[in-house]
Design a protein around this ligand. Structure first.
Ligand code: PHE
Length: 499
């Protein structure tokens, strides 16, 4: 440490207080400097680091009487009371039990100390017992010393006994003695304590008072405690951003149940009842409730007939016997397309054209690995209207992904039971230099739309997964980590700013 170190006003006050003294205790120093405990604590640490004071720390031991300890001082220790009672001529245990308060404890200690002997239910004082009948016992002596705060003549072994008997409590206190170092002494004569400005205020600027006082020095390289502000979970942030994208494009949000009947998840989407996706191996069926109620009978009838023979959609249907019981089965929705089906069924022709989106959790019975979980998010969309076409579908999807930070998207032919054309959507990952498959899309078949809406109107539809985009944005290498409530990860996650 050099001599031209700068000292904070508080540090200077500490030095001044120590001037001409050998040392000061922390408590005394607090009194002399008028600083709060906290400020003194900090300032003295700094002064120590700067080498102008030294601090000698010692741990001191203190004792306090417990409630029971206080009671014994007032009423006598049970073993002493026992000695007195015996001395008065009461010898039989049964008698003593009645007379002496806490007789059992008294007897234990009197025996341990060899003050009494017992023969045939009779208690006799020993020579030692007779001695302590008149004299103060070590326990009594130490209890009284503690009561009067004279800690100098305490006896270690007795203290341990008293502590074990829970008559006293031991506690520790740090005692600090503060000394000036040679450097501190050297600086003292030059110290000027001047009002310091810690924070510039408009008044200080206006009155120009900063000209006449010192401005406090701050060391901006000092490590400061990390501040962890509250923030939304990053998945919530992404979901809100996705909502914003669709809403800005004029879409209305559709919401609906996570546990749904197979009718909405599969049948209304013209997915045949023996379709492999409906298998237990792919879909989670509910135990409770196992089944739910089917909607309006007319609608059910149309869906049934469409499955069986195409109804008047122009199709031949799947050519099998449709089972309403199978359709009532509750599932964890496997896609948010169930919400599109529900929405179209509620939609009136006068409301067209109409655009809807959804964001929600979906579930599939997948084998878990770093890129597959049994639950995931989808964002769904439909555009219903006579004028809509395939190019618009591509336009919406491209727009969405470019707002998500992936401006390059491409479409590949695919198959879904409910769409014709069907496309898979892929986006280009500029860093990994590969295409990522993120979802499906297409135009709903008449077998879906006509029973639900009553008329075959073109419906653009898509369902896109975005868990992998989240992984990518947040550098999460294992999809399972997305849903861990790992505070460290959550705290360090950057804020989603959109693109
Ligand atoms: N439901 C499909 C899936 O989960 C996606 C999709 C939605 C495909 C709408 C076509 C139309 O993969």
């Amino acid at each position: 440490m050099s001599e031209n170190i700068t000292l904070h006003d508080y540090e200077k006050r500490i030095l001044k207080a120590l001037e001409g003294k050998k040392s000061l205790s922390f408590a005394k120093l607090q009194e002399e400097t008028g600083l709060s405990k906290d400020s003194l604590e900090k300032a003295s640490l700094w002064a120590k680091v700067k080498g102008v004071i030294s601090i000698d720390e010692q741990i001191e031991e203190f004792f306090e009487l417990t409630e029971e300890g206080k009671e014994y001082i007032k009423e006598g220790l049970p073993e002493k009371n026992l000695l007195k009672a015996i001395d008065l001529g009461n010898k039989s245990i049964s008698e003593l039990k009645n007379i002496v308060k806490k007789f059992d404890i008294g007897l234990v200690w009197a025996k341990k100390n060899n003050w009494v002997s017992i023969q045939k239910g009779q208690v006799e004082l020993t020579t030692k017992g007779r001695k302590f009948l008149k004299e103060e016992t070590p326990e009594e002596k130490n209890l009284l010393l503690i009561e009067s705060n004279s800690i100098n003549n305490l006896d270690k072994i007795t203290l341990e006994i008293l502590e074990k008997r829970k008559l006293i409590k031991r506690y520790f206190e740090k005692k600090r003695e503060v000394y000036l170092t040679p450097l501190g002494k050297k600086l003292l004569p030059k110290l000027v304590i001047k009002e310091e400005i810690g924070q510039i205020t408009p008044e200080i600027l206006k009155e120009k008072s900063w000209k006449f006082s010192n401005i406090r020095h701050y060391d901006i390289t000092t490590p400061a405690p990390k501040i962890i502000p509250g923030k939304k979970h990053y998945i919530t942030q992404v979901i809100e951003y996705i909502r914003k994208i669709w809403t800005e494009m004029g879409f209305k949000e559709m919401t609906g149940p996570i546990v749904d009947i197979s009718f909405w998840n599969f049948d209304s989407l013209y997915q045949p009842q023996d379709h492999p996706a409906r298998d237990l191996a792919d879909t989670f069926y509910m135990k409770i409730p196992q089944k739910g109620r089917l909607p309006d009978i007319n609608l059910v009838e149309k869906v049934k007939t469409t499955h069986e023979n195409g109804w008047d959609t122009g199709s031949r249907g799947w050519q099998y016997k449709w089972d309403p019981e199978f359709s009532k089965k509750c599932v964890l929705r496997t896609h948010t397309t169930s919400l599109s089906a529900r929405t179209i069924a509620r939609l009136k022709l006068e409301e067209l054209p109409a655009k809807f989106f959804a964001v929600g959790r979906c579930f599939r019975n997948e084998t878990l690995d770093w890129k597959h979980l049994a639950e995931f998010y989808q964002t769904e969309g439909i555009v219903v209207g006579e004028e809509v076409n395939f190019r618009q579908l591509q336009g919406y999807l491209k727009r969405f992904f470019s707002k998500m930070g992936f401006p390059k998207a491409r479409f590949r032919p695919a198959y879904f039971p409910y769409t014709e054309m069907s496309m898979e959507v892929e986006v280009w990952h500029p860093v990994h230099k590969e295409w990522m498959e993120l979802g499906g899309s297409g135009i709903f078949r008449p077998e879906v739309v006509k029973p639900l809406l009553g008329k075959d109107v073109p419906v653009l539809a898509w369902g896109l997964g975005f868990d992998r985009l989240i992984m990518d944005k947040y550098n999460i290498d294992d999809i399972r980590k997305i849903y861990l409530s790992d505070l460290k990860q959550l705290r360090e996650a950057k804020i989603w700013l959109g693109v």
